[in-house]
Design a binder for this molecule. Sequence first.
Ligand SMILES: [Zn+2]
Length: 214
Amino acid sequence: MHHPAPWDQPCERLDQPGQGLNREQAFRRILDGHWRYLQNERQQIHVTHEDRQRHAEGQFPFAAILGCADSRVSPEVIFDQGQGDLFVVRVAGNVLGDFEQASLEYAVQNLGVRLVLVMGHEQCGAVKAAIGGTVIPGVLGQLINEIRPAVEQAQGQDGDLLNNAIRSNVCHTVDMLLERSAAIRDLVATGEVRVIGLVYDLASGDLQFQRTVG
Ligand SMILES: [Zn+2]
């Protein structure tokens, strides 16, 4: 008897919370989309009148992403997903503040999203600034300060400091999310939600998975 893998099952329920996808199915869809992106075979390019009408009825994303605001790391492009598929929170350095946390909690609690990605990227200017050590005034300085613990952690590691700090920053953000958000932590504990920290390589388009929880 043939038992289809979870991701082999049809995913037609676009109007269900999280598009009816569990954490594994959602992850598989992300990987499939990323593969199409790497092969330069993106499918999610056109938006029809019918699509817009459907979106006006409500939103049903299947994954939430906390990513950097950098113009080169658009999740919809990298994962070849269309309007309404991804709940995206972007801020320089993919740091976790209260409002970013609140947005991710909304996606999980209210929209039924079962996959949360924290995505950093190589050559991240925010992490470079945190390594630089220059005191930066104003709110930009506050943001950069959020990255400094990850830099300090990376300073004790072998290898390239910037790359290590970028990885460390992603892991730090995942840890902070699970530490601060009881809502997400509880759903991870029951096996419903998965949180993944990853780094996107600008030149190759590859993903380096750093941390998977749930
Ligand atoms: Zn960046």
